[in-house]
Design a protein around this ligand. Structure first.
Ligand SMILES: *Cc1c(COP(=O)(O)O)cnc(C)c1O
Length: 340
């Protein structure tokens, strides 16, 4: 892959906005450069545009260099930056799989970029040849989600390797659920695959969906391109502070609890007469095929239990997606389902 060749011309020519804080971060001084209100209330100053302290924490957590990290206002911003840096509207193309995370299509449409969807097979595995064949000279991004939302399963290592070896576009691997899997993240292999971009989030396992913090791990060259176009102050002061604070005390028991509760829920659900199949899951949710998804969804909703009806997604006919809650919440769900 030639990064220079796949970067949009306007991005290559762009001179990034130089913020008042670019040069003076960490310097104790008299700040009269950014037209702020000088009276301290905790947020009166602009945040660090490069999130130096937070990136240090993430760098240690993930075993990567800070220059391999880009942080976004949720993974959604990271994905949007990738579209804007590499995909020329109405000209380039992206490839992603279906069913998968709905934002890929929304971002393609928002950025006016053509997309090619490769459908999963009925057992929710991919036809690797078909994925590779979908990449053409217009393709700038291949977006893969592993473990996949909403199917819950991972793309096997050898298949991903095959795809990486055969592709000359950026391969974006969305690992939002990787902490719930027994398999390792692909961030360890970034150095072998210069076209690989791994996306993770603080929204799921780390329990910080409200903070909006998405993480992009890639080569320093790719990170440099994305840094050029990101809004200068995209991660606000409170998010940076709170993330540092919470990442210092990660509850490692939560993962075990999710696994236990998932197994329990899986076996309870399988016993229900209207459940046809509970799909295997490397995530903190279960995809469940039932007799009548709309009816069950509506009845649960009436009882104040909100799950996700995925029955309109390709290959997900009559499928419901259920997040693993606390022990008590899962019990309420099971009790209610038994009474339907
Ligand atoms: C939840 C989720 C995300 C996280 O998005 P954020 O914007 O970081 O909250 C990303 N990708 C997938 C597949 C998800 O399910």
């Amino acid at each position: 892959m030639n990064l220079e060749k796949i970067t949009r011309q306007n991005v290559k020519e762009l001179k990034p906005y130089s913020s008042a804080r670019d040069e003076f971060e960490g310097f104790e001084g008299v700040f009269l450069d950014a037209n702020e209100n000088p009276y301290d209330n905790g947020v009166n100053r602009y945040p660090d545009p490069y999130q130096t302290k937070l990136k240090q924490v993430v760098s240690e957590l993930k075993g990567l260099e800070p220059n391999q990290i880009l942080l976004g206002n949720g993974s959604d911003e990271v994905l949007d930056l990738l579209f804007r840096a590499f995909c020329e509207p109405k000209q380039d193309q992206v490839v992603f799989t279906a069913p998968s995370y709905g934002m890929y299509k929304v971002l393609a449409n928002t950025n006016n970029v053509d997309y090619h969807e490769v459908f999963y097979q009925s057992d929710f595995t991919l036809n690797v040849e078909e994925v590779i064949a979908a990449i053409d000279e217009k393709t700038k991004l291949l977006i893969l989600c592993s473990p996949n939302n909403p199917t819950g399963q991972m793309i096997p290592e050898n298949e991903l390797e095959q795809i990486l070896k055969a592709s000359n576009c950026l391969v974006v691997l969305d690992e939002a659920y990787i902490n719930f899997s027994k398999k390792e993240s692909w961030i360890k292999r970034l150095k072998y695959y210069p076209q690989l971009v791994v996306i993770q989030t603080l929204s799921k396992y780390y329990g910080m969906a409200g903070l909006r913090l998405g993480m992009c791990f890639a080569s320093p060259e790719i990170v440099t391109v994305l840094n050029k176009i990101k809004p200068p102050y995209n991660i606000n002061t409170l998010t940076q502070k709170k993330a540092i604070e919470l990442l210092a005390n990660i509850d490692t028991n939560y993962q075990k609890e999710v696994m236990q509760e998932k197994n329990k829920l899986e076996s309870e659900l399988s016993k229900l007469s209207f459940v046809n199949k509970v799909y295997p899951s490397d995530t903190n949710f279960l995809l469940v095929k039932v007799n009548d998804a709309n009816q069950i969804y509506d009845q649960l909703l009436k009882q104040g239990i909100i799950i996700r009806n995925r029955s309109k997604e390709p290959l997900c006919d009559n499928c419901l997606r259920i997040s693993i809650g606390t022990k008590e919440e899962n019990q309420i769900l099971i009790n209610t389902l038994k009474q339907l």
